[in-house]
Design a protein around this ligand. Structure first.
Ligand SMILES: [Fe+2]
Length: 218
C-alpha cells in the first residue's frame, strides 16, 4: 500500500471532563432542589423543562458543588487552548428536565452571545447530537455514502455526531456549533445542566499591552 497520511486541518474540538464529585446521593439532592427552582417548558413543541438561567448564583450546596467543578473545567479549558484572556466566566446556567417517556427533546440550536457552551449529564437518557458545521460538505450534491465509516454509534447519518448521555461527564464545545437532543423515550427522567461562558478581563492583549477588549460581567 502506498504511504498515506490523513490531515485534519479544521477539527471541531469538543472537550470531555469527568466530575469526581458526581454520586447518586448528589443526583437525589440536586433534583430535589431543582424541583423547587423556577422552570418551565421551553422550545415548544419539543417541550423540555428549562430552569431560570441564574442557577449558578444560587447558594444551595448541591448547586455550588457542581458550579465549582464547572469553573475548574473552564480554567483548564482556557489553559489548554492558551486563550488570551484572564478568565472564562459563566454568564448563564440552567437545568434541563425531560421526564420519563415524554418524547421531549431540544430542537437544533446554538448558543448566541457565548464563547463556549456545555452539557453536563446528571442522568442517563437521550443523546446529544451535533450537526456537521462544514456546510459545503453537508449541502453538496455529491453525497457519496461511506458505508461503515459513516456509522456513528448506529445513527448512520454521516452528517451528525452523537454523544451519549453519560452521568458525571461535562462536554465543552464552541457555542456556534449546532446541536440538539434526542427525544426522551426511555423510562427514566433525563436531567442535564447547561451553561454559557465568555472570556473576561483583558482579552487579546497586543504588543503595546492594550487588550482588544476589557470585559467585566456584572
Ligand atoms: Fe444547547
Amino acid at each position: 500500500m502506498i504511504e498515506e497520511k490523513e490531515l485534519h486541518y479544521f477539527p471541531v474540538k469538543i472537550m470531555e471532563y469527568t466530575d469526581p464529585g458526581w454520586s447518586p446521593e448528589w443526583v437525589e439532592e440536586f433534583t430535589a432542589w431543582a424541583r423547587g427552582f423556577p422552570a418551565q417548558q421551553s422550545n415548544i413543541p419539543e417541550g423540555v423543562i428549562t430552569s431560570r438561567t441564574d442557577m449558578h448564583k444560587q447558594d444551595a450546596p448541591c448547586v455550588q458543588r457542581v458550579v465549582k467543578f464547572f469553573n475548574e473545567c473552564l480554567e483548564q479549558y482556557k489553559e489548554r487552548f492558551e486563550l488570551n484572556c484572564e478568565q472564562l466566566e459563566l454568564t448563564l446556567s440552567w437545568f434541563n428536565h425531560a421526564p420519563s417517556m415524554s418524547g421531549w427533546g431540544h430542537p437544533l440550536h446554538r448558543h448566541p452571545m457565548s464563547y463556549v457552551s456545555s452539557v453536563y449529564y446528571i442522568t442517563e437518557g437521550a443523546p446529544t447530537i451535533f450537526g456537521d458545521p462544514c456546510t459545503p460538505r453537508t449541502s453538496d450534491t455529491l453525497d457519496v455514502w461511506q458505508d461503515t465509516l459513516m456509522k456513528s454509534d448506529g445513527w448512520n447519518l454521516g452528517i451528525n455526531e452523537m454523544y451519549q448521555s453519560n452521568p458525571g461527564k461535562l462536554i465543552l464545545f464552541p457555542s456556534w456549533l449546532h446541536h440538539f437532543s434526542g427525544r426522551q423515550l426511555q423510562d427514566i427522567d433525563r436531567w442535564t445542566l447547561s451553561f454559557n461562558a465568555l472570556p473576561t478581563g483583558k482579552v487579546n492583549v497586543g504588543p503595546n499591552g492594550l487588550p482588544q477588549v476589557n470585559l467585566k460581567l456584572l
